[in-house]
Design a binder for this molecule. Structure first.
Ligand code: CU
Length: 175
């Protein structure tokens, strides 16, 4: 028990270094709806489109590439058609890689955040996400080994208009 706590504390610390969004969930044990400002925020009331993504045991998301316009809120209906548990986690590639490494060390690690969804074989779930920044948002399955096997994809967010303000570094809470 003590060892496990220590491992979890270490995992939380490592995640804190990797991504503020994961750390918030790991340390305070409850959920804010701030989302992660670097990739967007979940706003269920503003869904403009629904897309379906299938998870397969061949370590693929189908489709693995999605396109949205900046500011668009998507409902992503995710269906696991395989025999294995899969998950989808939205984030930037650096965070996803760091998280995938941790999952290999601590495969029992559980998480529940607005930017991720874990689905057992045959299950369907959905994520609602607003893509507020132009660029690329990556997604991946972080079940141990799946990311490395290529289970990942991208959402390309097309810019509507160039903006003078650079929000890249902002990860603040807008209250
Ligand atoms: Cu998977």
């Amino acid at each position: 028990m003590k060892l496990r706590n220590t491992l979890l504390a270490w995992a939380s610390a490592a995640l804190a270094a990797a991504t503020p969004a994961f750390a918030a969930g790991a340390t305070d044990g409850h959920h804010h709806d701030h989302g992660n400002a670097t990739i967007g925020e979940a706003e269920a009331s503003q869904v403009s489109r629904t897309v379906e993504v299938e998870m397969r045991d061949s370590m693929q998301f189908v489709p693995s590439k999605l396109s949205v316009k900046q500011g668009e809120t998507l409902r992503i209906v995710v269906k696991n058609t395989g025999q294995l548990t899969h998950e989808i986690v939205l984030g930037d590639e650096k965070d996803l890689k760091a998280h995938a490494k941790l999952m290999k060390k601590f495969p029992e690690m559980e998480h529940a955040e607005p930017n991720m969804l874990t689905l057992a074989a045959g299950k369907t779930g959905e994520l609602v996400w607003k893509f507020s920044r132009a660029g690329v948002v990556n997604f991946a399955c972080l079940q141990p080994g799946h990311f490395e096997a290529g289970m990942k994809g991208q959402v390309r967010v097309a810019a509507i208009k160039a903006r003078a303000k650079d929000t890249t570094k902002e990860n603040s809470h807008a209250h």
